[in-house]
Design a protein around this ligand. Structure first.
Ligand code: NAD
Ligand code: HSO
Ligand code: ZN
Length: 434
């Protein structure tokens, strides 16, 4: 019997129960924060030595020296040559689709001239060096290699540094092959908070980067939050989430499997179903009971559904949309007859999967849009990983002589209003000269 919570928006205690279900604190407790803070301190203080210690402790792998943490490019190329043909072709197809989508996201520089000749604009430049976190504790994620690296390549990032944990020292060939095809420059077999700290502060072996992107478990997500400021980060892309809104007419087995698909990532993952059809919720519950024992990762799925999963009865479609916007999920499946009629009312979701045939899993691998997405309700203010995350913008201002005369008058008045006379006089000099 799966222990999945049942909620109803008609219940008096619905709001506090929903809030408890969604709380970030329920997964990132004080102990996680303390552990991560300690790891970051140790990496800053002891560099490679601490990195080797944590790799031994958390990944059960003890390389003799830190140099062995690097996966040489020749090793990545060798993996590409040796993986089975169907895997190579699948990677190639996924790369092509992810790249085609990413090309649409590229920000271009722009400028315009005012009538007096003053030029204003915005210059777009790629990052010098990006750190790509590829998860690898409970599953291997070649798809995350592509999702991290391809937009960075499209943006023109100078150097791509990938990290990926290697539990028990066992390399995953598909991950290495994906790194090769995606054009990763340097790869290191490290993971967790220690890899994030190493990328943020640099060690004797790991180069410090300008920004760290990519998904990971709660230790990785908490570490990224902690190093923000020293480096940029893309977003909080923590344990996976799926919210399905269903009108009751999709095969309940399909919906149960969609809920499993994210629950199987991690015990901390979150799978929630909303429907106004109470009978359908029961049919999905029955599908869960019947299908769960057939799943290879049933222990993880059961733990995730028990701790953070829910079947929620709502009044109607409007109620479902209201609740979905509160949940602000990483993935939202609209498994309804006419998703296009309602998608415009969805205000917060990392990615929206529309219609009964659009399994969220298609987006995880090869539809084209990025699968690195904001979790823990951060879709209220964050967006999917994209080319724009690897680009910066600098403003351009070039005053003509006539333009300087005009602007300096305004600047001088405002500067004196602020009591900043050096500003005012600096502007005045230009105004007087023109
Ligand atoms: N939001 C997204 O876009 C997205 C995309 C893909 C995957 N994910 C999520 O990424 C996560 C991948 O997790 P994973 O665990 O498989 O790999 P991971 O690489 O994120 O984490 C593994 C590392 O966690 C650290 N760790 C594990 N237990 C620890 C402990 N007790 N103390 C300190 N550190 C510890 C270890 O260093 C280990 O190397 C899942 O939660 C999955 O749902 C999210
Ligand atoms: N669902 C994950 C994002 O939350 C991405 C992924 C990779 N592989 C399978 N799934
Ligand atoms: Zn997934």
């Amino acid at each position: 019997m799966t222990d999945i919570q049942r909620l109803s928006t008609l219940d008096a205690d619905f709001q506090p129960r929903l809030a408890a279900l969604l709380a970030w604190d329920s997964v990132s407790d004080d102990l996680v924060q303390q552990t991560v803070a300690e790891i970051i301190r140790a990496i800053r203080a002891r560099g490679d030595a601490a990195l080797l210690d944590y790799t031994a402790r958390f990944d059960r792998w003890t390389p003799a020296t830190a140099t062995e943490l690097e996966l040489p490019r020749a090793r990545l190329a060798q993996a590409w040559q040796t993986i089975p043909t169907d895997q190579r072709e699948a990677l190639e197809l996924a790369v092509a689709r992810i790249r085609a989508y990413a090309e649409h996201q590229k920000l271009e520089s722009w400028s315009y001239r005012e009538p007096d000749g003053t030029l204003l604009g915005q210059q777009v430049t790629p990052l010098d060096r990006a750190g790509l976190y590829v998860p690898g504790g409970k599953a291997a994620y070649p798809s995350s290699v592509l999702m991290n690296a391809i937009p960075a390549k499209v943006a023109g990032v100078g150097e791509l540094i990938m990290v990926v944990p290697t539990p028990d020292g066992e390399l995953n060939e598909l991950v290495l092959a994906a790194a090769h095809i995606a054009g990763v420059d340097r790869a290191f077999a490290i993971g967790g908070a220690q890899a994030v700290a190493a990328l943020a502060y640099g060690t004797e072996t790991i180069p410090g980067v300008d920004k760290i992107v990519g998904p990971g478990n709660i230790y990785v997500a908490t570490a990224k939050r902690a190093v923000y400021g020293q480096v940029g980060i893309d977003m909080i892309a923590g344990p996976s989430e799926i919210l399905v809104v269903c009108d009751g007419a999709t095969d309940p087995d399909w919906i149960a499997m969609d809920l499993f698909s994210q629950a199987e990532h991690d015990e901390d993952a979150q799978s929630i179903l909303l429907s106004w059809d109470g009978g359908f919720l029961e049919r999905v519950a029955a599908s869960i009971e019947r299908l769960l024992p057939t799943m290879e990762r049933r222990t993880i799925i059961a733990a995730a559904l028990g701790a953070r999963g829910a079947l929620i009865q709502v009044r109607d479609l409007d109620d479902a949309i209201t609740v979905a916007n509160v949940i602000a999920p990483e993935h939202l499946e609209l498994s309804v007859a006419d998703p296009e009629a309602i998608v415009g009312r969805i205000r917060h979701a990392g990615a929206i999967f529309m219609g009964r045939y659009t399994a969220e899993a298609l987006g995880d691998y090869c539809a084209g849009p990025n699968h690195v997405l904001p979790t823990s309700r951060t879709a209220r203010f964050s967006s999917p990983l994209g080319v724009y995350d690897f680009q910066k913008r600098s403003s351009l201002i070039m005053a003509s002589r006539a333009g300087a005369a005009e602007l300096s008058r305004t600047a001088s008045v405002l500067a004196r209003g602020e009591g900043l006379t050096a500003h005012a006089r600096s502007a005045d000099y230009r105004g007087e000269a023109s």
